[in-house]
Write a protein that binds this ligand. Sequence first.
Ligand code: C2E
Ligand code: MG
Ligand code: MG
Ligand code: MG
Length: 282
Amino acid sequence: QAKDAGRNTFRFFDPSMNESVAEHLHLAAALRSALGTPQLELHYQPQIELASGRIIGAEALVRWRHPELGPISPAHFIPVAERSGLIHDLGAWVLHQACRDAQHWRTQGFADLSVAVNVSALQFRRDDFEREITQALATSGLPASALEVELTESLLMADAAYITNTLQNLASRGVRIAIDDFGTGYSNLGYLRRFAVHRLKIDQSFVRRMTSDPQDEGLVRAIIEMGRCLNLQLVAEGVEDAPTLTRLRQFGCDAGQGFHWSPALPAPAFLDYLRTHTPSVA
Ligand code: C2E
Ligand code: MG
Ligand code: MG
Ligand code: MG
């Protein structure tokens, strides 16, 4: 993990495994007061179409820089936000900010870009989630088709009727649905046929080991083939080097993201990245 953090622009506070209740309350209070301040920022990681090398979109990833503790990993504070109920305000802010930023890039000459937003199961299950999406799209001017919602497999295992309904409504408006960390949840894959899902994001734990472990490579290949049979787009997460990219292309994976191209960048740096990595149409 230390090696991973070193390659990113952020160094994360170590959650040290023995988080006490007091620590949780302390962090939740600190997070509440960070909402609406520059301590919280969205960073954007480019998503690349493998066949063309074109940037097709970005995943929004939230960053929190605590004034004393420094950067805290979302893997650590998102669960805190979920347990304290702050996830609703935090999630709404992420959604609105991501739509605003994406609409800004689109007006800066990158009209095809889409943005992917991670949505916590708690946030998705709230009955005002659809209204929140509507508001974020309306206030930003971002077309629904440029927004992708990333959900985890575990969400799709429960409460099927309500979830099917919400997914159908979102899909009918043009919002795309991606399954994040695909392959890590225990799942009855039947949900892939029942639900309006557009993309599978192959979990980075398989992708990162695929060139050194034939079994991981086999899993990645099988997921790609299954996804293709179901007419889903495949995105590989955690692409860190050229050999991995070559294999993914051979297997017919559609898109990728990872340190091979770029870590998540602050919004202005992401716009610079777009400018320097998009061939100008002369
Ligand atoms: P995720 O959605 O699966 O995001 C991918 C994670 O992998 C990100 O970590 C990203 O920085 C990291 N990553 C990308 N490329 C590479 C690579 O090539 N190598 C390695 N080692 N890592 C790579 P991050 O930003 O720390 O986020 C961790 C998790 O926190 C996310 O996993 C997501 O589940 C959650 N998260 C982040 N932002 C949000 C948010 O706005 N809302 C919610 N609900 N969850 C979020
Ligand atoms: Mg994600
Ligand atoms: Mg993931
Ligand atoms: Mg994840």
